[in-house]
Design a protein around this ligand. Sequence first.
Ligand code: ADP
Length: 451
Amino acid sequence: MRSVILRLGIIAVAMVLAIVLGAHWLSLAHGLAFACLVALAVIGFDTLALTRLLAWLRFPQRDTVPQSFGTWGEVFHRSARQLRLWQSRVQREEGRLSRFIEALQASPNGVMLLDANGQIDWCNATAAGHFGLDPRRDLRQHAVHLIRNPEFVAYLAAHQFAEPLLMRRTGSHGNLLLSVQVIPYGDGDGDRLLLSRDVTQVERTEAMRRDFVANVSHEIKTPLTVIAGFVESLRSLDLSAEERDHILGLMQQQSDRMRHLVEDLLTLAHLEGDPHQPAEELLDMPAMVARLAADARALSGGRHRIEATADLSKLRGAGTELTSAFGNLVSNAVRYTPPGGVVQIRWRVLDTGIGDAAGEFSVTDTGIGIPAEHIPRLTERFYRVDRGRSRESGGTGLGLAIVKHALLRHQAELRIASEPGQGSTFSARFPAQRVVLPEPAPALASEDEAS
Ligand code: ADP
């Protein structure tokens, strides 16, 4: 303000001087003409400065600020300062916006902003993946034109958003189950936030849990019903001592079956639920194979030929878990091989060809074999190829699930090869770091060295 007053003062003094000096030396008319010239010079200077200012304001850059003096110098200086303030504020806001967008992009859930007309304002990559959209190309498109699921269209139209909508979609990664919820936001002018969550795995786990509970209940109910029936017979019928003995024997069989089931369930729960690595020890594999062969002979009752071979080496692992896994493979081989068949238990150290020695425990039988289509599902809990046969032979349907989990905890891999009617081989392949080879025998000193 002060510079404006000073400027006006200087212009006024210059004009007065022009009039006074012109009138003094020439005439009053000359003085007035000089004053007009001063005014014209001021107007010309201002026009020039204004043109420079307008030109600069068209593309304002910090380093091209026009330079001048006096009032115009101040105008340029203040404009440049405002520009700097404005630019840094815009930068700050842009930074905040991009952090906000990054956070929304990082969300594992899909986020989509819809305007009052249902047009897509913005969506993150997860939402684009869920609904098969292109996050750039599909902006400003109507959501219902792109997501042509009738339930979704009805959900948006109904405006009842208290509960999420469950919708199935076939995406690039297979079938998805999405939980979709709309949340209105803003000043009530119709803006909506659409959140989507992939609940495929949650539903799968829930279905597995339901199946598991149903299976366990069924497995326990069957022997319980049989036992209850026998108890009823014992109470109501007049039985001979022999008949009673027979019934008590059958009752014991059923209670053994329930006990095995509960034991297997506990083992499985421990293997699946215990995040801690088990305490490990060095297992003497020839001794382990010999014990398993003895158990197999006891289970077979002399009806099979049991063969056992083992390389001299040790396996690093949890004794109880591996004994239980190997025991299940051996007992399956005996149970699914008709009398007269052969069961071969083997531990060997394999040269992997890259200087490492992997360890392989395998059980081969000449039993009933398994049709190829069942093999991928054998390690599922309660999966059986032949339900009746499994139960008859005392199976719980959990043996191979236990094997799978015990091996997983030892970074080992289960391989199954089988031919229906010919037999099967189940092998567990352990990584080299779990195999300890025997120390080489110390070289005997030659006679020359000895002497
Ligand atoms: P189960 O207690 O029924 O034996 P498992 O989990 O141990 O349960 O095995 C799952 C199914 O795999 C069995 O029901 C059986 O059908 C099949 N199976 C397992 N081992 C063998 C084998 N050595 N020979 C043929 N079938 C087998």
